[in-house]
Ligand binder design. Structure first.
Ligand code: LLP
Length: 425
């Protein structure tokens, strides 16, 4: 983690800002995201494509990190957005991303969401099924518009990642079977005046750390493009999806240059506009979740109970995922170490951040950081156990701002009403 280091009294520092200071100022649990790291990673990704002279348009997968401040940072780096709902579309627009730089993916887009996308004339809608195609064509014609679309292909390839984040197998709900594409492509070009079909999209899965599935997937797309062209159909855009993984633990995660090489090898000579939709690779290492030790419970195991829970960061409970944990005080202050379970306060056995992890000794009141929490963290939080949504802070060089204040219990309760009939006699 090049953005994290220990600096004496300031303890763990992220891109120049003491995380202890932030935890003290904003209380815990508290998310911190570094605009600097986001920008650095955005540029690294763009440079990888530029180095191979690939005409790649980068669309940030908003689902990974949807805060408007983060979207603004990425928009300023030239990123568009990949959105999966009307809500994310609104966010992307609010953050200043131009409609033509927005791609709308998603397996269940409602008529309302499609109308919103058509009305804003967004860059591309990735169509997931024949049923959706018909709905979209009818809606666009009714609105006297033409929606730019691509077909999301289901290439039937196993991304070799956690099954819950694998999306490109035939049994997964995503995309249109690749062997059904040519016939549907033709039918769309001849019979559907409401849509302008520009090409194909594919997304295989997330946290992919091997090259094989990317290569296989894109080869399959390239073969499809050739078939379509041989049959007189035009393909101008290929959306390569997201999926590039990061080393949460000791995975040998490949750099963006691998992705760029694979795309260059497989799709580079087709003369198409290319698009990618990375989320995790950009955002995960840019953020941490800060928590404080409530108690260290001595039982069959030593349990370090912290004030952040699975309602804040659900990934370990949901995918058995591993997140690094660092104490915020300088390790020189500590001696020896402990094998502990780091757990949250939620009444669920799965509310565990780390099992039998070797950590420097932690005691009540100590602060810790859960690493690589900038993607699929805040966005997946809930208020389970009536726990208000945590605060979010952005740091940017010398600057810092509270970008989402901690939800209050009053706000949480105020959203509910008790029907009169229950309380009036
Ligand atoms: N494009 C599409 C169509 C997607 O479905 C996804 C992620 C992405 C792009 C971005 O993928 P990325 O570059 O972030 O891998 N909540 C899970 C991850 C779910 C990913 C779903 N789709 C997790 O915390 O691991």
């Amino acid at each position: 983690h090049p953005n994290l280091s220990y600096e004496g009294d300031r303890g763990l520092v992220m891109d120049g800002t003491s995380l202890t200071d932030l935890a003290t100022q904003h209380d815990t649990p508290c998310w911190v995201i570094s605009a600097d790291t986001l920008r650095r990673r955005a540029r690294a990704l763009q440079d990888a494509f530029r180095a191979r002279d690939l005409p790649v348009h980068c669309h940030f997968a908003v689902k990974a990190q949807d805060h408007q401040a983060c979207l603004t940072v990425l928009a300023q780096c030239g990123f568009g957005a990949d959105v999966v709902s009307g809500g994310e579309l609104r966010r992307a627009l609010a953050a200043g991303i131009r409609a033509r730089d927005i791609v709308f993916s998603g397996i269940g887009k409602t008529d309302k969401e499609l109308e919103l996308a058509i009305r804003h004339q967004i860059g591309q809608i990735n169509v997931e099924s024949v049923e959706e195609l018909h709905r979209l064509d009818a809606l666009a014609r009714k609105m006297q518009q033409r929606a730019r679309i691509a077909f999301r292909v289901n290439p039937d390839i196993d991304a070799q990642t956690h099954s819950k984040i694998t999306t490109g197998r035939a049994e997964d709900k995503f995309g249109i079977a690749h062997d059904a594409i040519p016939a549907l492509y033709r039918k769309t070009m001849t019979d559907m005046p409401g849509v302008e079909l520009v090409g194909l999209a594919v997304h295989l899965g997330s946290q992919m750390v091997t090259e094989g599935p990317f290569r296989k997937g894109y080869e399959r797309i390239a073969a499809l493009v050739r078939t379509l062209r041989e049959n007189g159909m035009s393909v101008t855009d290929i959306d390569c999806g997201g999926g590039l993984g990061i080393p949460y633990r000791d995975e040998q995660a490949p750099p963006p240059s691998m992705l760029a090489d694979v795309i260059a090898d497989t799709l580079g000579d087709l003369g198409v506009r290319l698009h990618v939709e990375p989320g995790r690779w950009l955002a995960a290492p840019s953020g941490v979740l800060l928590g404080r030790v409530i108690d260290v419970k001595e039982a069959a195991r030593r349990f370090v109970i912290i004030d952040a829970g699975m309602n804040d960061l659900v990934r370990p409970a949901m995918y058995d995922s591993w997140h690094g944990i660092l104490p915020l005080r300088t390790p020189e202050d500590t001696t020896g170490g402990d094998v502990v379970d780091v757990v949250g306060p939620i009444c669920e056995s799965s509310d565990i951040f780390a099992r039998q992890r070797h950590l420097p000794p932690l005691k009540k009141g100590d602060l810790i950081a859960l690493l690589d929490a900038g993607a699929y963290g805040t966005v997946m939080s809930s208020t389970y156990n009536s726990r208000p949504l945590a605060a979010q802070v952005m740091i940017d060089g010398q600057r810092q701002a509270l970008i989402r204040r901690r939800q209050t219990l009053d706000e949480l309760l105020a959203q509910e009403t008790i029907p009169d009939w229950l309380t009036t006699p």
